[in-house]
Ligand binder design. Sequence first.
Ligand code: TXA
Ligand code: MG
Length: 339
Amino acid sequence: MIETKHLTASAADIEEAGRLLADGKLVAIPTETVYGLAANALDEAAVARIFEAKGRPQDNPLIVHIATREALFSLSEAVPEEAIRLAEAFWPGPLTVIVPKNDRVPTVVSGGLPTVAVRMPSHPVAQAILEAAGVPLAAPSANRSGSPSPTTALRVAADLDGRVEAIVDGGECEVGVESTVVTLCTDVPRLLRPGGITCEQLEEVLGTVVVDEAVTAPLRADSAAASPGMKYKHYAPKAQVTIVKGDAEAFAAYVNAHKADGTAALCFDDETDGLEVPYVTYGARQDDIAQARRLFEALRQADDRDVKVLYAACPRPEGVGLAVYNRLLRAAAFRVVTL
Ligand code: TXA
Ligand code: MG
């Protein structure tokens, strides 16, 4: 057990977070996507502790967070021209690019791959901590491996109190789902994980982008994951989740027909009429931005209420909605009912 300091976004606390990180310690930090569990990316021993604190498989590589666009060149000798264009268009912001790594990046960060995932976050507190630390920060989402990513400092504390040196509270995360991940180490740029920057936005800058099949389908047992993270169980609350595809009326009818002790609905804000089970809402049907912001918190609220079986209204898999659908599919272990 480590004593975890609870820090604020004050200048003095940000300095302290920076000092702890420069000193090889673990600090959970706010970003615009979700909270991250940060350590000095160039310090092998510090990064190894991230895996331990999260209970994360060793072959699942981490994203390196940088303070400036130029810092990308300190992690790669072969930055593809597409990465530069993406950085100009979307950094700072919720986009991660995968580029060939250089020898400064420890293999523990890249999970043994010859590539590294890099992003420049836009959250002012994340930027201030990166500056105070003076080193790039490896940071996966600040949850215990497998559970929904935390979007508030309170949820981070529930998972990581006693396992990290400090947690910095920067308020609620704006995007709510993890960054878009695109690899530039393939012939054609490939979307490995949808997020706050949409596929359409990437295509405006890159031309064609291929959407990896694992974004909306379970990984086949025989295929190697382009992004190792895709092969693991993810975002799962304790409740068993089933996605139900259909309009508001059909959804309510289906859920009511399956009503039992511990059953609840995860539904859209304006579609609670007629439900005969408890529910949590996660934004309006048309509002993919709100759905992204609220999804993980809604899943955790279902667990707070001891929900055993959760029927989830299905988001439209377009725009940021593709990220919402991708996370919900994994939370549901690909259980989908089409009405
Ligand atoms: O928004 C985010 O990206 C958050 C915040 C904290 O920045 N971080 C985050 O990290 O989501 P994590 O570790 O939970 O997800 C990283 C994803 C995993 O799916 C991992 O497999 C993939 O990125 N990844 C990392 N490095 C990779 C690489 N070299 N090649 C392919 N995939 C990689
Ligand atoms: Mg994660």
